[in-house]
Design a protein around this ligand. Structure first.
Ligand code: G6P
Length: 617
């Protein structure tokens, strides 16, 4: 959580940092701040609120001149969101400034020691403690900023991505990472450098970037190579300069009102990109290098353990059904946060699949490390190329969904299911657990999914009409069975996340064991009732709801007759193979929560208290 960005070079740093912060707001948006070096002194502005509030404030408060600066958009951990706790933080002397993403766990002990040495603190943050520790080390050891940062970080327990500069030596930015991401953009002829939590803030300036690894720090000076060292032993590290694949259009709204809506509509393209080059229908082949190169591991696996959080966990649940059905491999799906802390039994015959859009979720990353330590083969399904989980895993498959900016995940979910379906199909072939005709049928059907998603999106106006009737609801129930039970969970999560309506997802048959007590004439119940997958049983559940006067919004297969007669509203989706229905049934649920949230005037792309990338536990 939190986004950090910085610039050093020949251009005005201010617009670069402000634009960068706006692009990083998905990481946190409860306060924002910027500090610039104007040639003589530092000018600092920070505020509770969003980057737009910072913009208003800086316009009246400070000079925006300067070719060096750092900025921050915050998701509070230590200290409530207010102006004082906002970053950047300055050291006691006012010489050093810092922005920080992460948590310094032993900040209290360090704070006490510094207080005994005469330091006082303005904020409640762990970050202000860190910048003062760096200052104290710098004074005590009489070292330069880079060395002081290194010594200080060796005393720190926790997670961080930091950017620091010293106003008395304003020719460098020092950055460091442990557990939170940091990218360095290299300008032409090293005349300028950019720093950011991901590459989006500098995409229009350079395609050359270095992603720091954990326990690395870098000293960035104009005209010089970036000097990267290991924090703990000071050894020099060769910079691995990567060429960025992202483009500007991908991170802009392209005429849509919100990123979430854009990303919902991008799904046909995103799913196509996910299977491009992997699904070779004419040859009857699925090619996935990460699976192919490690086929033995998969074939010898006693079981697959899937770990993830949030929406990615729901994709994992869908995958459980698909892997077990197609490849007959036992699957367990775990919340990463629970898995890592419960001393799980993991053996060398386990394959662990970590699913993560961002590739940075702290709990998922920790679960990956734990499974590796215990000897399991670890496979990553990530969207962000070069992310921590992508790098930490033994092998993996990217989803290729393109940047997802809306905090509520949409295209990440459907592309994760696509990758996992491809994997399950490939393994079914290798294991001979699916007949050739079924296999070919599934390849053909998967290839048709983007076109069917396109058709499913055409019901948008109809969904909007339905949304109008339920925007004042306070509770909502989502029901589904089999492959569509996880979709019910995901539908409920989408609604809570962005419209703040309480919603619960349930397996339809479990309704009788509790949620049925909640049903009355004010309770909307969204039921996924596609033509396959226990249709008759779901119809009975719908009858049960109806006889208790619940309001039914049913997602059905095109041409449905039975449910249409009972439900208050029906939303039709194209027919497909049962295992792929989640790729279609999820579309109206995404749209429903989107429209309800917009009508309730909620901030769809930046829902309260949430962040896109949860890099703290
Ligand atoms: C946060 C986001 C969710 C996301 C979850 C897991 O809670 O708001 O949208 O599903 O983290 O993120 P990951 O990047 O690991 O998929």
């Amino acid at each position: 959580m939190c986004g950090i960005t910085g610039y050093i070079g020949y251009r005005d740093a201010y617009p670069i940092i402000i634009n960068g912060l706006q692009r990083l707001e998905y990481r946190g948006y409860d306060s924002a701040g910027i500090v610039l070096y104007d040639g003589k002194d530092i000018v600092l502005s920070k505020t509770k609120g969003k980057v737009s509030d910072l913009l208003e404030r800086t316009a009246s408060e400070i000079s925006t001149k300067g070719n060096l600066g750092i900025g921050h958009t915050r998701w509070a951990t230590h200290g409530v969101p207010n102006d004082v706790n906002s970053h950047p933080h300055t050291s006691a002397s006012g010489e050093l400034v810092i922005v920080h993403n992460g948590i310094i766990e032993n900040y209290d002990t360090i704070k006490k020691e510094l207080t005994n040495r005469g330091y006082s603190f303005k904020s409640d943050t762990d970050t202000e403690v860190l910048v003062n520790l760096i200052e104290e080390v710098k004074k005590q050891y009489k070292v330069k900023l880079g060395k002081a940062v290194q010594i200080a970080l060796n005393q720190v327990i926790g997670a961080y991505a930091i950017a620091v500069f010293d106003k008395s030596k304003p020719d460098e930015i020092v950055v460091a990472r442990l557990g939170s991401p940091i990218a360095i953009g290299i300008g032409k002829d090293k005349k300028e450098f950019f720093v950011a939590s991901d590459a989006s803030p500098f995409i229009e300036y350079t395609k050359d970037a270095i992603y720091l690894e954990d326990e690395e720090m870098a000293i960035i000076k104009v005209g010089k190579d970036v000097e990267i060292r290991k924090i703990h032993d000071d050894s020099l590290v060769d910079a691995d300069v990567q060429e960025l694949q992202m483009n500007l259009e991908q991170i802009e709204k392209s005429g849509y009102d919100h990123f979430m809506l854009k990303e919902i509509y991008e799904q046909p393209r995103a799913i196509t990109d996910t299977y491009r080059g992997r699904l070779l229908r004419n040859e009857g082949l699925i090619k996935m290098a990460g699976v192919e190169d490690n086929m033995k591991k998969f074939l010898n696996a006693d079981r697959i353990i899937i770990v993830a959080c949030g929406t990615s966990w729901h994709a994992g649940l869908v995958a459980e059904y698909i892997f077990e059905e197609f490849a007959r491999i036992p699957v367990e799906v775990e919340y990463a946060s629970e898995f890592r802390y419960r001393n799980p039994i993991i053996t060398e015959k386990d394959v662990l699949i970590a699913i993560s859009q961002s590739g940075e979720t702290a709990d998922t990353l920790a679960a990956v490390k734990l499974a590796k330590e215990k000897g399991a083969f670890v496979f990553g399904v990530c969207n962000v190329v070069g992310s921590s989980i992508a790098r930490e895993t033994h092998a993996g498959a990217y989803t290729h969904a393109g940047p997802e900016i809306g905090v509520a995940s949409t295209k990440a979910f459907t592309t994760q299911i696509t990758v996992l379906s491809l994997m399950a199909l490939r393994l079914s072939r290798a294991k001979g657990t699916m007949s050739s005709s079924d296999y070919r049928l599934h390849l053909q059907e998967l290839e048709l999914i983007p076109e069917k998603v396109e058709r499913a999106l055409k019901i948008d106006e109809h969904v909007k009409e339905i949304a109008k009737e339920y925007l004042l609801s306070t509770n909502c129930l989502y029901l589904g069975r089999g492959y569509n039970f996880p979709v019910a969970l995901e539908g409920a999560l989408k609604l809570k996340e962005i419209s703040y309506i309480h919603a619960e997802g349930y397996p339809a048959a479990e309704m009788k064991h509790g949620p049925i007590a909640l049903i009355d004439d004010r309770m909307p119940v969204i039921v996924i009732a596609t033509s396959m997958g226990h249709y008759e049983k779901v119809v009975s559940n719908i009858q049960e709801i109806k006889s208790r006067k619940g309001k039914i919004i049913a997602v059905v297969t095109e041409g449905d007759v039975q449910v249409k007669e009972i439900a208050d509203h029906v939303i039709e989706i194209p027919e497909t193979e049962e295992a792929f229905t989640p790729l279609l049934t999820t579309i109206p649920l995404q749209l429903l929560s989107y429209h309800i949230a917009v009508m309730r005037n909620c901030n769809v792309d930046q829902p309260r208290n949430l962040a896109k990338s949860v890099t703290v536990e």
